[in-house]
Design a protein around this ligand. Structure first.
Ligand SMILES: C[S@@+](CC[C@H](N)C(=O)[O-])C[C@H]1O[C@@H](n2cnc3c(N)ncnc32)[C@H](O)[C@@H]1O
Length: 199
């Protein structure tokens, strides 16, 4: 299965400005960016023995926070974002980049992982695509493996509507567009689905 919107959310055109943009934490979309990546890196508990899969690796800002490990596979549809990651990930002795869709990657039979990590990418999947991703995560994790995600989330549809109204009246048109056009996690729904898989 491929996600339907991978071409739309491919960051090739944003690549050159991306690392500067994420520094602007006064932008509500970027608020907490550094802390979220730090948290994911810490919770993933990567060691020298770990096999790691990163979904939507972008310019390598999360990868750069992880220690060298047995193997890390980074997946993204944007080669231009990947090109900017190279210097940041030079400490990895066994890193592979695969240009692919973060859902289609699971059809490649890459084996099981000790950690699957992702920041600010899975919200580009629709709710039903996220459900499919959860199944893939479940089947690709080792018994003690962890999936750790930092992303853009709202509680539910009601929270989404409230945020659209409040950011709209504060003049944050780009935030409103993102809330309407991207598929920010509906947290309550995802928690229900993840509980079903034991994640
Ligand atoms: C907002 S960036 C996040 C990059 C990085 N993880 C970070 O935290 O800075 C989202 C990345 O996901 C990639 N992306 C979006 N949808 C994708 C999909 N369906 N399959 C693969 N990559 C995707 C984009 O090309 C982009 O590099």
């Amino acid at each position: 299965m491929r996600s339907n919107y991978a071409d739309i959310f491919n960051h090739d055109e944003d690549a050159l400005d991306y690392d500067e943009d994420v520094l602007n934490e006064s932008d509500p979309i970027r608020t907490g960016y550094d802390a979220a990546l730090d948290w994911v890196a810490e919770q993933a508990r990567v060691t020298g023995h770990s096999r790691v899969l990163e979904l939507g690796s972008g310019t390598g800002n999360l990868t750069a926070r992880l220690p060298d490990c047995h193997e890390i596979v980074c997946v993204d549809v944007s080669e231009k974002m990947e090109a900017l990651s190279r210097k940041k990930v030079a400490h990895f002795s066994n890193r592979h980049f695969i240009k692919d869709n973060i859902l289609a990657i699971f059809e490649r039979k890459l084996g099981r992982f000790d950690a699957i990590v992702s920041t600010y990418a899975i919200h580009n999947l629709t709710e039903s695509e996220k459900g499919h991703l959860f199944e893939c995560l479940w089947t690709c994790l080792n018994e003690k493996g962890v999936a750790v995600v930092g992303d853009l989330m709202v509680e539910d549809e009601k929270d989404l509507e409230t945020k659209i109204r409040s950011y709209g009246s504060a003049g944050h048109t780009e935030v409103v567009a993102a809330l309407k056009e991207e598929f920010f996690w509906r947290l309550k729904n995802s928690i229900r689905e993840l509980a079903h898989f034991g994640l």
